[in-house]
Design a binder for this molecule. Sequence first.
Ligand SMILES: Cc1cc2nc3c(=O)[nH]c(=O)nc-3n(C[C@H](O)[C@H](O)[C@H](O)COP(=O)(O)OP(=O)(O)OC[C@H]3O[C@@H](n4cnc5c(N)ncnc54)[C@H](O)[C@@H]3O)c2cc1C
Length: 325
Amino acid sequence: MQDVLIIGAGPCGLSAAIECNKRGLSSEIIDKHNIVHSIFLYPTHMQFFSTAEMLEIGNIPFSTSNDKPYRDEALAYYRKVAEHYNLSLSPYEEATSIEKQADGSFRVHTRKRNGVESYREARNVIISTGYFDHPNYIGIPGENLEKVTHYFREAHPYAGMKTAVIGGSNSAVDAAMELIRVGAEVSVIYRGKEVSENIKPWVRPQFESMVTKGKIKVFVESRVTEITETSITITSLDGQEQNIDNDFVLAMTGFRPDRELLNAAGVELDDDMEKPRYHPETMETNIPGLYVAGVIASGRNANEVFIETGRLHGRLIAEHLVTKL
Ligand SMILES: Cc1cc2nc3c(=O)[nH]c(=O)nc-3n(C[C@H](O)[C@H](O)[C@H](O)COP(=O)(O)OP(=O)(O)OC[C@H]3O[C@@H](n4cnc5c(N)ncnc54)[C@H](O)[C@@H]3O)c2cc1C
């Protein structure tokens, strides 16, 4: 039986596996897709806001000739690190439930890509399932139309189209900038007074310049309240409504971790029913031997944990696990 089964091969799960292996613990990682699937789903040409150094795991240098690395460099980096450490990884195997056994070990039920159900047993389990599979839905009429997406990949399909971007974060601003480069008509709708203060500092001036020039139309303190095949309704916080013509909606409203695995395993959640209860120095939940690492450890604001911080959880867990040997 393995010492540790890690569910989710994102940067934080990979880091946890490395830290465990370094301390002589045997580990195995399963992922319902493939390694660092969330980064694979990022916009194709995305540049990180973090420096390469802050994304490093396992003490392996991440070098780039750019100020900040791009998505494809990060994909290559994490693949290489997993290979370097010879991590035991089973891709396309989803954890469906976690069961604590009488002897204190765990049985994790899984489903493979071909639908075959199976299980794995381990003395300890780390849940590092991230958040990228679960967008924050707005809950408005028309959100389920085919023209609406919560994942922006590339601007090309939107060339010459009337496009609305919902949100005021880096994802929304990056998407708006790419869209105008392909000649899309771009409206950004955001409920705040102005776009996030965390916008990448090298992107913000370009974005503001495009807004000043009228190339990007910004509706602040406003929400999209309805989407139809040909239009969207924008409602300002003071209740004014306007309809604008629209071909596509990019809802860049962020993501939230799925708590189902945690819930079903009996992990207690904090009062807002979002954040798992865990010891901050060990990442162990109320279930002995069951740990959280990465974004899954965050509360309602999923952005409180990111790669820079979540990559450090693995070390805390591994250090705690060795004290139990
Ligand atoms: C566009 C964008 C840009 C970003 N830029 C930065 C940045 O510059 N710097 C930074 O630090 N952070 C950045 N982030 C945040 C960062 O991507 C996340 O914080 C990070 O991916 C979290 O890592 P993780 O290992 O916790 O989870 P993830 O990377 O989400 O990995 C979770 C893995 O678990 C797998 N999984 C899920 N459910 C199951 C299951 N039931 N069974 C098996 N496997 C499962 C998934 O397939 C996935 O591979 C960015 C995020 C986005 C969306």
